[in-house]
Design a protein. Structure first.
Length: 298
């Protein structure tokens, strides 16, 4: 395994597979976003819930071991049952609690590619590991290809697919009445994104997904990213500008015949945003340069 792949592996494990002592310290924090929409932050992908007379509509569920804490946190804002659970994509830090939530009575919904990937073993070449298929109870029972509308808790909820962005099964969810958009991992607020090329993600698709989000929202929209902090349209536009600048820089290198190693090791290509701390979290400047090269070179 190359050193770069090894380091990415270690970073991924540090985020998704913490030690037992860290697990015990995880707290689920509930933040009111707008009207009847809340954001839950714990460990893994940010959760959104809509609460009201019809019940609880939930987006993503983090890890299985956190389900009791998540349910307890939800009870602080609603005693109603979880009626629907929508997965923004297939990764375990967003779907790990599916089987538990299904036992609670939730109907699980996702893009059709999410069910396809969760139904079979997934080999990830970049990390040289295989993720085993999920149990039947964790699989989405309702799937869609393009978009889906819900009318729930007096809210118009619009779920829509974006192509080959973070993965090949990404969905964003817009709460029309509350003016809240959950972007899943098509947005890592303030940090370089993880683009899962092994799962159908792509640099251009990631950029296009953000452009689609910007067409739907307005200046007052509150944005729930897949990870990190509540955001806004202005901040998302800055994020798009960052990605497009990196894309331009790397395309110039590709078109001049530079190799993957030359691009990956050229710190100047992302220095501007490295200096703004985009690369001090999960994905480093080196990792994003490599990802963009591999994606754009195809």
């Amino acid at each position: 395994m190359k050193l770069s792949s090894f380091l990415i592996n270690i970073l991924f494990l540090a985020i998704t597979l913490p030690t037992l002592s860290q697990q015990k310290e995880v707290q689920i924090k509930v933040h009111h976003v707008s009207n009847n929409v809340y954001m839950l932050i714990g460990q893994g992908g940010n959760i959104a819930i809509s609460v009201g007379e019809d019940g609880v509509f939930m987006i993503d569920d983090q890890f299985a071991r956190l389900t009791p804490k998540i349910l307890k946190a939800i009870k602080t804002v609603s005693e109603k049952e979880i009626k629907f659970l929508l997965n923004t994509h297939w990764h375990g830090d967003h779907t790990g609690g599916n089987e538990n939530m299904e036992k609670e009575g939730a109907v699980i919904i996702a893009h059709e590619n999410v069910r396809k990937r969760m139904s079979t073993d997934q080999f990830q070449k970049e990390r040289n590991r295989t993720i085993k298929a999920s149990p039947k109870g964790a699989l989405p029972v309702i799937t869609f290809t393009k978009d889906l509308n819900f009318h729930f808790n007096g809210e118009s909820i619009y779920a829509f697919h974006v192509h080959n962005a973070h993965t090949d099964g990404d969905a964003m969810v817009y709460f029309g009445n509350s003016n809240v958009l959950h972007m899943g991992d098509t947005y890592f607020q303030g940090k370089y994104p993880y683009i899962d090329l092994d799962s159908g993600g792509s640099a251009q698709g990631y950029i296009d997904a953000i452009k689609k989000a910007l067409l739907i929202i307005d200046d007052d929209t509150k944005i729930i990213p897949g990870h990190r902090n509540l955001s806004s349209k202005a901040e998302l536009k800055e994020y798009l500008a960052m990605l497009e600048e990196i894309k331009t820089n790397i395309l110039i290198e590709i078109n001049s015949g530079k190799t993957e190693d030359e691009v990956t090791n050229n710190m100047e290509l992302t220095r501007k945003y490295d200096n703004l701390n985009y690369g001090d979290w999960f994905i480093s400047g080196k990792a994003i340069r490599k990802t963009f090269y591999k994606s754009l070179k195809q």
